[in-house]
Write a protein that binds this ligand. Structure first.
Ligand code: ADP
Ligand code: MG
Length: 391
């Protein structure tokens, strides 16, 4: 794999860089709730500034369908300024002649930040004219926004037609980490749970041949129970999943690498948490976590793995009664990752569950790029990487 790394740019002094980042942080009433995405993106910024480049930082925030102050990047620019201890000039309003005039006056190591790219619908449409305007502001383009690189949008895709384009340091790290899953040290153990089987199906397909075991949990596993004609009561099921689940069965026999829970925790008719073997689930039960026997069995596989990949919680971990399976596996994955095993965790809710254990620092790679990570690992199209990452 060849990556057009930012580190390979020969001359940066005096150059103006259009740096596409993913500073899509959670906001509430204009306050940043959590700034991990900003801090994770600082490496590229610092690298470029140290070499005397001028930076134009562009990002999206949320999915606005028009100009909407709720989604302004102004608070993000203020936070960035604080983190860098250096002025960050925020240029509000649409990108136009005023922006270009301000940029012309930039000095070495100046930082400008433009308003939310998605205030312009042309961003979503991967519009060439809009991409050209963006490109006209700079000499070079750097994509450090892996999380949106599965989207054909102007600031990650079309813009590359108009400028010499490079990969940012965070994007490069993300790709190197994900490649360790695609060429894994064996045994590779994949843990998958969560709710949206549609988004996980391509990943399961792709990782099945590479993996030694795939440990299932969460609502994902319910679909497999249902296919086995087991009682799943009022559990969350995706009725469209049958053709996909069927692929992992030979008649009634489950594919050997797929491991299902042997016991679960349900909410019963009175909403009480109850242990049950998977044969004891009743019509009024709702399966909401994996049980202790399953945790023990999964721990055995996790301990033997040299590569661990986890996406999707094992249960409804947002509720105290049903968080144990997810937290137990999070601790196991974190503690194995602290040693020789390479551990990678991705997905919004999965990362949130890991944070609850306060063991996130032990994990080799944490991807906040949910959809992009799934797309990359499952071999899908990545318009944001075309031209800067070659197989
Ligand atoms: P991620 O964001 O990590 O990729 P998903 O979005 O696929 O994960 O799913 C996370 C959600 O799945 C969590 O909010 C969790 O409560 C829910 N979930 C997991 N297991 C179950 C279950 N058995 N029943 C209902 N919801 C579940
Ligand atoms: Mg999610």
């Amino acid at each position: 794999m060849k990556i057009a790394s930012l580190k390979k740019i020969k001359i940066l002094t005096g150059k103006t860089i259009l740096l596409r980042v993913d500073f899509n942080v959670p906001l509430k009433n204009g306050k940043i709730l959590e700034d991990y995405r900003i801090t994770a993106g600082l490496d590229s910024l610092k690298f470029l500034l140290a070499k005397g480049a001028r930076l134009i930082i562009v990002s999206h925030l949320g999915e606005p369908d028009r100009v909407d102050v709720k989604y302004s990047l102004k608070p993000v620019a203020a936070r960035l300024q604080k983190l860098l201890k250096q002025p960050v000039k925020f240029l509000p309003g649409a990108i136009g002649l005023k922006t270009a005039a301000a940029i012309k006056k930039m000095k070495a190591s100046d930082i400008f930040m433009l308003e939310n790219l998605r205030f312009n619908q042309d961003e979503y449409k991967n519009d060439s004219a809009f991409a050209k305007i963006l490109a006209s502001l700079a000499d070079l383009y750097v994509n450090d926004a892996f999380a949106v690189s599965h989207r054909a949008q102007a600031s990650v895709a079309a813009v590359k037609k108009y400028l010499p384009s490079y990969a940012g340091l965070l994007l490069e790290k993300e790709i190197n980490a994900l490649n360790k899953v695609l060429k894994p040290q064996k045994p590779l153990v994949v843990i998958m749970g969560g709710a949206k089987i549609g988004t996980k199906a391509p990943l399961l397909d792709k990782l099945y041949p590479l993996a030694d075991q795939i440990l299932l949990g969460g609502a994902l596993a319910n679909n497999f129970f249902k296919f086995q004609n087991r009682e799943v009561g009022r559990s969350l099921i995706d009725d469209d999943s049958t053709p996909f689940v069927k692929k992992f069965f030979n008649g009634r026999r489950l594919a050997s690498k797929i491991i299902l829970p042997s016991d679960v925790i349900v909410a019963d008719a009175k909403n009480r948490a109850r242990f049950k073997s998977v044969d004891q689930v009743s019509a009024t039960d709702r399966i909401l976590d994996i049980g202790p026997e399953t945790i023990g069995a999964y721990a055995g596989y996790i301990k033997k793995a040299r590569t661990l990949v986890w996406n999707g919680p094992m249960g409804k971990f947002e509720s105290d009664s049903f968080k144990h399976g997810t937290l137990a596996l999070a601790r196991l994955v974190a503690s194995r990752s602290s040693g020789a095993t390479y551990g990678i965790i991705g997905g919004g809710e999965t990362v949130a569950a890991l944070a609850l254990t306060q063991m996130a620092e032990y994990v080799d790679w944490i991807s906040t790029a949910g959809g992009a990570m799934l797309t990359y690992l499952s071999g899908g199209k990545m318009p944001g990487l075309e031209g800067i990452v070659k197989k």
